[in-house]
Write a protein that binds this ligand. Structure first.
Ligand code: BG6
Length: 485
């Protein structure tokens, strides 16, 4: 089965902060992959904006220096890149400018195609303090018409109030329908598959509630530590990962079926899930959450007093008719035993085991595991008879729906940014966050942050995380799936 590629309309994509890490590691490789797949039209243009290209010789024209920067980025980060296609590099341009300098903006306008003749998208890969400056200048210079899109990425604030202020600065120049808030987890294949699996298979829906589901575990574990993430100290795992990525995974797992597969219908349902979360505040933060910091983090961060958590775990309850009685356990952390992201839906045990008590204890029940990474896969854990004569023993086997095997080796899994960037050009907001979702998420997160006191306990790098996280589940008679399982 070969993936179909439908070319998008011609576009001008202007990337502010074009020499930053995100552009080098994710955006340029994603655009290049779409170019190679034939989805990016030959007339599309990508205009980088930054003060200059680091390391470029003064006499080199800025556009050439940027193309060279892009070529090196692609050689390093684009999958299976050999000789970089010069035709792609020719689609890149660069405006060396200080966005705060009002006089510099006319030169940017001159680089874009005629307004209205092609899709215009502005990607703000810059600090949120600059959103207002850039949005205002785009409007003042007539660069953003009603069809223009603006793309932003977290951090969109560090609490509810600051997220509101960031949003106000965006809304000063753009309508909500023009704003694309990226949560790159929504662009991952398995995450979209979660919706298809739930809503296109009659098999699961009757089981998808507290009646059949014992609990859900959502884990995003990384082996990397700080690795140059300068913003991390003072941000921490709760803001960096839970407020967005993990809550979005929870929403897609728990939401009611929307009437249509449409951006607003889906985002309405996701917001309702966040609003149904039982608040965790005050003393409850000690019983319903756990934090940790990997040993050595303080040295990595250059702050020996740091209280920033590099691990967070929570026990969340969705208080509605479908989920009352089924906890959602979330955990995420850096420098853990293994890189693995998954949603594990663990079903209740059979009400009565005919195999007797001893065997019953072997029955670990059914579980649907949706793995986002490292290898995208969906497996259903089943209990079967262990083959062979002599007694009857039960064993667990995974019913494997690994995509690569089922769909054929030629179906490559695209990076999340490939899909998201093309969705921006298409004008499809389904996989982007609406402001009310973000606002609801911060409203739930803020009291947890406020309830945390003192320094988080340390955990060993390469471990499963702090013991406090285990206690969160063992109190309920459950345990985390081991990361190394
Ligand atoms: C980012 C976080 O949003 O997601 C990083 O800011 C984290 O701290 C990254 O490392 C993980 O993304 P992925 O796609 O590698 O799971």
């Amino acid at each position: 089965m070969v993936a179909r590629t439908i070319p998008v309309a011609p576009f001008d994509l202007v990337v502010f902060g074009a020499t930053g890490d995100l552009v080098r590691r994710r955006l340029l490789p994603a655009l290049y992959m779409r170019w190679r797949a034939g989805q990016m039209p030959p007339t599309a243009r990508v205009v980088g904006v930054a003060r200059g290209v680091p390391g470029a010789a003064a006499e080199t024209p800025a556009a050439d220096a940027f193309r060279d920067f892009a070529r090196r980025a692609l050689e390093e980060f684009a999958p299976a890149a050999d000789e970089i296609d010069a035709d792609f590099l020719a689609r890149l341009d660069f405006a060396a400018m200080d966005v705060r300098d009002a006089a510099a903006w006319s030169s940017l306008g001159a680089r874009l195609g005629e307004a209205g003749s092609r899709v215009r998208a502005f990607y703000l890969s810059v600090a949120p303090e600059l959103f207002g400056v850039i949005g205002g200048a785009l409007a003042a210079n007539g660069l953003a018409d009603g069809g223009a899109r603006i793309v932003v990425e977290k951090p969109l604030g560090h609490d509810r109030a600051s997220a509101g202020a960031v949003n106000d600065s965006l809304r000063a120049g753009f309508e909500e329908s023009q704003i694309y808030r990226i949560d790159h987890y929504l662009g991952k294949e398995t995450v979209q598959n979660l919706m298809v699996l739930r809503f296109a298979n009659a098999l699961l829906e009757p089981l998808w509630s507290a009646r059949s589901i014992d609990h859900v575990q959502i884990s995003v574990a990384e082996t990397v530590g700080l690795e140059g993430r300068d913003y991390y100290e003072g941000t921490g795992a709760l803001r960096d990962m839970v407020q967005n990525h993990l809550l979005q995974l929870l929403c897609l797992t728990a939401m009611e079926p929307p009437a249509r597969f449409e951006a607003d219908a889906i985002r309405d349902e996701k917001r309702k899930v966040i609003q149904a979360l039982a608040p965790i505040a005050g003393a409850a933060t000690a019983t319903e959450t756990a934090r940790g910091q990997y040993a050595g983090y303080r040295e990595d961060a250059g702050n020996l007093e740091s209280r920033t958590e590099t691990f967070a775990a929570l026990r969340a309850e969705v208080r509605n008719a479908r989920w009352s009685g089924t906890p959602f356990y979330l955990r995420t952390g850096k420098r853990l035993a293994r890189r693995v992201s998954e949603v594990a839906v663990v079903f209740r045990d059979v009400p009565h085991s005919i195999f007797g008590e001893e065997r019953h204890s072997d029955l670990r029940g059914n579980a649907l595991i949706m793995r986002l990474q490292p290898d995208e896969a969906i497996t259903l854990r089943m209990t079967i008879k262990e083959p062979g004569p002599g007694g009857l023993r039960l064993t667990e086997v995974p019913l494997d729906m690994t995509f690569a095997e089922a769909l054929g080796p030629e179906v490559a899994m695209p990076d999340a940014y490939e899909r998201l960037l093309m969705d921006v050009i298409r004008g499809n907001q389904t996989l982007f966050m609406r402001y009310d979702e973000l606002d609801a998420a911060w409203s739930w997160i803020d009291p947890i942050l406020a309830g945390w006191e003192g320094a988080p306990p340390l955990y060993e790098p390469g471990s499963e995380g702090p013991g406090e996280a285990d206690a969160l589940l063992s109190r309920d008679g459950r345990r985390w799936r081991r990361l190394t399982e």
